[in-house]
Design a protein around this ligand. Sequence first.
Ligand SMILES: Cc1ncc(COP(=O)(O)O)c(C=O)c1O
Length: 441
Amino acid sequence: MSERAVVPNNLEAFWMPFTANRQFKKNPRMLVGAQDMHYTTADGRQVLDGTAGLWCCNAGHGRPRIVEAIQKQAAELDYAPAFQMGHPKAFELAARLAAKLPSPLDHVFFTNSGSESVDTALKIALAYQRQIGQGTRTRLIGRERGYHGVGFGGISVGGIVANRRTFGTMLTGVDHIRHTHDPERNAFTRGEPEHGAEFADDLISVINLHDPSTIAAVIVEPVAGSTGVLIPPKGYLKRLREICDKHGILLIFDEVITGFGRLGAPFATDYFDVVPDLITTAKGITSGTVPMGAVFCSADIYNAFMTGPENMIELFHGYTYSAHPIACAAALATLDTYEEEGLLTRASELASYWEDAVHSLKDCPHVIDIRNLGLIGAIELEPIEGQPTKRAFSAFLEAYERNLMIRTTGDIIALSPPLIIEKSQIDELFDTLRGVLNSIE
Ligand SMILES: Cc1ncc(COP(=O)(O)O)c(C=O)c1O
């Protein structure tokens, strides 16, 4: 075992995010290495990565081109100020990303995370409406069960109760439409559910209530991930787009998990053939190697700000680490890897094999619904009475013991492996998971 594989004695100081700290620290799960589809644990085991880390390591782990690019960039230009200064890789990366996006999205604002991308997109939407003389449009509309990170903007438009409950009143002027989960009609659907496009009409009710002249933007995840994988019903996203168009409301797709190949197309906008006004991304942009996020918008939105004296800053927003050189180098090498290996569309080749594999768990104990799209899968378990989340968390612990990393949220197991996964590894993943489901209470 290498020296770094040793578990430190003092686990107290680190306040771990979204973690049961006391439980973890009694029985820590330490990862000390990663290569391709596997993590290495402190006790020397190889764990199959069923989640691409946290939905981010789309190219797999330890990919040489990305590693080298990061190392080289750290030695060449470690940091460059992001305000009133530039460095070539930031412009190169923005141009390469713009070329991958559907028309008319062709401008890129860099951030460092999904949460920052969301707050950035919400701010751009508000400022844009004001720029075009629609300053009364100050409302933001989100969706129940939505996850848009943890900034105040993101939790305000987000709809996961536990993420909102303890943090005060949040942004004012926010409203929500209903989520689209409808197990009574759609349980065990393969791919996009047949029923529920009409959930989009909730937006009409919200518009009627507040008047369209008060609404700046609507934000949704094309596929809701963190809440436990909710696939949009057929026609739902198109309908949202039509309603937004009719009322001058900007549509924001939060593609932090769907971006960069997760569905078998570069972005969900390609997959669903619905083009929003703004897209938020992060995670897969660097395959999780260096923190980075990006917001994509159209020239129309960008140009609306390019007025007034040329010596004036047009948007008073940005981060010290926007377009960080090491993140840009990592992202460029990640794009190279995606392109060389066809990873942004690879999920489409594996999708039906994956779908069969996910749905093969239908008869396992406790399973009450299964959902899938691209290389995403969700297995919903019946909660233990009076102890919500416990059953799925036991599955998570048992899977880890059996050398498989899964993710759970509530009583839902969510799967999103690196896009380099092989069919034999899909088999291994679901064989292990079947054993897990058969063994837990
Ligand atoms: C849809 C969506 N938006 C935003 C975020 C927040 O990203 P981050 O954790 O990088 O801030 C996530 C993270 O899972 C996400 O799934």
